[in-house]
Structure formats: C-alpha cells, structure tokens
Design a protein around this ligand. Structure first.
Ligand code: NAD
Length: 498
C-alpha cells in the first residue's frame, strides 16, 4: 500500500525536499536536501565570504543591505504570492509580513554603525591614565534556523541584524517553506553577487541539527520550545552561543475602562491572523467581570464575520496538517471540562481548515489555556480585576508577548506581565517596531532580535584600554613600591570610603 500524501506535508523524493500547498497539494518548491557534509561545506564557504563581508565595513554593508531592502519592496507581490502558495496564508497577511521584514532590513542597515561601531567610553578615576574603547565585532558565521509560520519575517528578524553586524549567514528554513527561504537567499545574491554571504541549506530537523554542530559561531533558532531544547543541547557540545525564539501562549487583558470595540477588533486580529499560527498570537483573554459579557459579544460578532477558505479569505488552511489534531484536542478538552463554545466548537475543525472558535469559562488547567494551540481559537475567561488577570496571565512557563486594553492602569499592567514584550491598546504591534527588541522569557526562549539589542546579539563586545599617561598610582606592576600601595589605599578611602 502506498502512503497517501497529505497536502502540505513536506516529502523527500530523489534527494529533493518537496513542499506542497496545504490548501491544494500543488507542488510549491523542490530543493536539494543537504547532507551533514554539505552543511559543513556551506559553513566553510560562508566563513570566507564573511571575512570579505566584514571587510566591507558598515558603509559597504549598509549600501548593499539597502539595495536588498529595495528589491524586497519592489517584488513584494511576488514573494507574498509564494508565501501564500507554500504556507497557505492569505496574500494580505503575507504582504503585512513582508512589509514588517522590509522595515527591519532598513533599520538594521541604517543603525549598525551607530550601535556597534567603535567609540570611546569614559575612563574611571583610578585608571584615569588609560583611555577606554569599545566596539562590537561580528561573530563570523551565524546559523539561522527558521519556522514556517512567518517564513520571511522570522529569518529576516535574525539574518538582517546578523548581516548588518558583519556576519555571514547560513539559513536552514523550515521544511514546510523551503522555497520562501531559497527566494530570500537568491534575491540577496542578486544584490551581493560577489560572495556567498547569505546562503541556505535544506532538509528536515536533522539538517538543523547538523548546522548546530557545523562549527558556526552562533545559532539563532526560531521554532518550538521542544526543538529549542534540542538546539541548545547540541550547541552545548561545542559551547556555541544560542539565541532561542520559541513558542508562546500570549494573553490579552481587558480592564474595566477599556474601549471594548477597539479591544475586540485587536483581539480578533491578534488571535486569528494567519489562522492563529503566530508565536505572539493572542491565545487567551482575561476580561474583568463588569465588561466580560459585552466584550465576548463584540468578539463573537467580529470573528463570526470572517471568511475561511483557500483564496483571499480572511483565514487560510492550517499549514502543518499534524497541527489540526492538536487544535481538535484543545477544543474537545475545553468543552468536555465545562468550557462553552460561543463561536465554532468541535465541528469547526474541517481539515485543512478550522473555523474561528471562541471558548469561554474554560478551566485554567485545560490544554486550551496552558498549551500552545496554534490555531484560530481563543479562550476568554472572566476575572475579578486586573490583579487576578495578571496572576493568571503570568501563571504559565511561556512568556513571549501580551496585550492590555484599558486607560488608567494599562501601562502599569503591561509592565507587570512576565513577558519580553507587550502592546497597550493594540495587539502584536511591538513585532513591527524595528527600534524595539523582540524575544521572550522562560519557555519562550532568551536573547533578543530587532532593535539595538538585536544588533548586539549578533556581535561580540570588544574592549580595548590604551595608555595615555604615566601611572600616578602604579598598582598593576611589580615595580610598585610600598609607598605606591599606601598612596593607593589612601586614594581609595578618599574616593569611596565616605
Ligand atoms: P519546529 O521547532 O518544529 O521547527 C523549527 C525549525 O527547527 C525547523 O526548521 C526544523 O526543521 C528545525 N529543527 C527540527 N528539529 C531540529 C533539531 N533537532 N535541531 C535543529 N533544528 C531542528 O517549529 P515550527 O513548527 O517550524 O514553528 C512553530 C513554532 O515556532 C511555534 O512554537 C511558534 O510559537 C514558534 N515561533 C516562535 C517565534 C518567536 O519569535 N519566538 C516566531 C515564530 C514561531
């Protein structure tokens, strides 16, 4: 009996990785699968290319990265169409994704010199005879391992910053979206034809594991928390530093003085965009008792209007066929334990589609509240007040983003969320703000992409001191005399002893 191919599941045929549309099963990409030796060779080539790239300096890299940004902007329809075909997301969602990525390439290119370039820092009084100099140098080769849910935004969130910092990058795209990953490196090679500065290796998880063990100087991983643990374990063997952008279960808090229409609009988009397959997607809402019923009504009214289907619908197919069972299990578990579906429900699951589902009064210890669902579903639970909402939001080991709707206390509540990011009176907006760092806490990972922290993440601080005068209080020499030491003791008491 031959196995039936489920549309969307990647297959390997004659040494090629074949990706297919989760909506139609049509072939989307066919790329050679890399062996561990191929990965090693790609990293070797990248190392030489990286030296050339680093030698271009901030100005040379900026000019080339801005040319790539222009190309991405000019060909936005082309790449959005490929993202739609290969991953299934609506073209409009793909356009928004590419816009955000373009923004990050632009900011990283323009700001790398200011953030990372050589600068003098202040000397301290006890070492006043030395000047102090700081610069951030590239690692060399950065391995980027990506997921399928944002196949442009996530690799670029690491790669653009790594490249701007002067590194070469070897990308291992998700096996669900290899053609998108290849498109990114091919277009980069159009504007930087001289050297293989940004290249891709393709395959399943073992190719990602080979990249971790290939001698790259840093690994930037984006994907599930379970794989993040394996990546960190593999990198531990060679003390290769890692950046981990892992899963989430982000909460929205709706306080008593929230604008409920705005909150419902942002909630529906934050939870259901890309069919809910968003690491920073809203998966749980805690609404305070006085506004709970009105808020739920507004969410259901808006979510109920969304269209579901293959082309130009609001909600496309579930990209990874195996995820459909996870979504089904979460809905069934919530309902069997006393939760109620006020929209959708058990029969909303019609592979490869899942219709929007809103669950209320779901037990806090159910899978739908505690585990990443990654589907167009949402739980809304009532809480006494914002304190209870914060306690529940913070009760999970995940801590990626979050959202707060309210007026008087919203910013204070956002600060109290145990997460790397939060948006007040909007959802997900921090992801597109290239001036802000992006990353999580706990099971959501560590390290930061985007913004100044994102540039520093892909570089090593290099500290240099330089003598500018003779030492008046010589201490770091065997030539010092007892009188020098006595003077040092006196000086330190005068400076710090009060
Ligand atoms: P995944 O962990 O299954 O795969 C991610 C990548 O890791 C793929 O390229 C895969 O081939 C590779 N991989 C698998 N096993 C590996 C191994 N042993 N060593 C090295 N690499 C290996 O994740 P996914 O299903 O592609 O993506 C969805 C997940 O990503 C969700 O949990 C989502 O929350 C998370 N995500 C996080 C962020 C963020 O920024 N924090 C962004 C997007 C997605």
């Amino acid at each position: 009996m031959t196995a039936v191919h489920v549309p969307g599941t990647p297959i390997i045929e004659d040494g090629r990785l074949v990706s297919t549309s989760p909506a139609t099963g049509a072939e989307a990409g066919r790329l050679p699968v890399a062996t561990a030796e191929d990965v090693g060779r790609a990293v070797d080539r990248a190392r030489a290319a990286g030296e050339w790239w680093a030698g271009l300096g901030f100005g040379g890299r900026r000019e080339r990265l801005l040319r790539w940004r222009s190309l991405l902007a000019r060909r936005i329809e082309e790449i959005a169409e490929l993202v739609h075909t290969e991953g299934g997301k609506p073209v409009a969602d793909a356009v928004v994704e590419v816009v955000t990525a373009v923004e990050h390439v632009d900011w990283a290119a323009r700001n790398a010199r200011r953030v990372l370039g050589p600068r003098r820092v202040r000397s301290r009084l006890v070492l006043a005879e030395f000047s102090a100099h700081l610069e951030y140098q590239p690692y060399g080769v950065v391995g980027v391992i990506g997921p399928w849910n944002y196949p442009v935004f996530t690799p670029i969130g690491s790669a653009a910053y790594a490249l701007a910092a002067g590194n070469a990058v070897v990308l291992k795209p998700s096996e669900y979206t290899p053609a998108v990953g290849q498109w990114l490196v091919d277009t980069f090679a159009e504007v930087v034809p001289e050297q293989p500065v940004f290249t891709a290796v393709h395959g399943l998880g073992d190719v990602g594991a080979a990249l971790c063990r290939s001698g790259v100087d840093k690994v930037a991983f984006t994907g599930s928390s379970a794989t993040a643990r394996k990546v960190m374990a593999a990198c531990a063997e060679s003390l290769t530093p890692v950046l981990l952008e892992a899963g989430g279960k982000d909460a929205m808090i709706v306080d008593v003085d929230a604008d409920l229409d705005a909150a419902a609009e942002a909630c529906v988009w934050g939870a259901l965009t890309n069919a809910g397959q968003t690491c920073i997607g809203i998966e749980r809402v805690y609404a305070v008792e006085p506004v709970f019923d009105a808020f739920v009504g507004k969410v259901v009214e808006r979510a109920g209007r969304l269209t579901v289907g293959p082309d130009n619908a609001d909600i496309g197919p579930i990209t990874m066929p195996s995820q459909v069972e996870v979504i089904r299990r979460h809905i069934d578990d919530a309902l069997s334990r006393g939760g109620r579906a006020v929209l959708g429900g058990a029969d909303a699951v019609q592979p490869p589609y899942v219709r929007p589902t809103v669950l209320v009064d779901v037990p806090e210890d159910s899978a739908a509240v505690r585990e990443e669902t990654f589907g167009p579903t949402l739980t809304i639970n009532r809480v006494r007040d914002a304190d209870e909402a914060v306690a529940r939001a913070n009760a999970l080991s995940y801590g990626l983003g979050g959202s707060v709707f309210g007026r008087r206390h919203a910013v204070a509540i956002a600060r109290r969320l145990r997460s790397g990011m939060a948006s007040v009176n909007s959802a997900l907006t921090f992801a597109g703000m290239s001036t802000l760092p992006f990353g999580g806490v706990g099971d959501s990972g560590f390290g930061r992409i985007h913004g100044e922290d994102g540039l520093r993440e892909f570089s090593r601080a290099k500290a240099i001191t330089r003598r500018r005068a003779r030492s008046l209080l010589p201490s770091t020499t065997f030539e010092r005399t007892p009188a020098d030491v006595a003077r040092l003791v006196k000086a330190i008491k005068v400076i710090y002893g009060r």
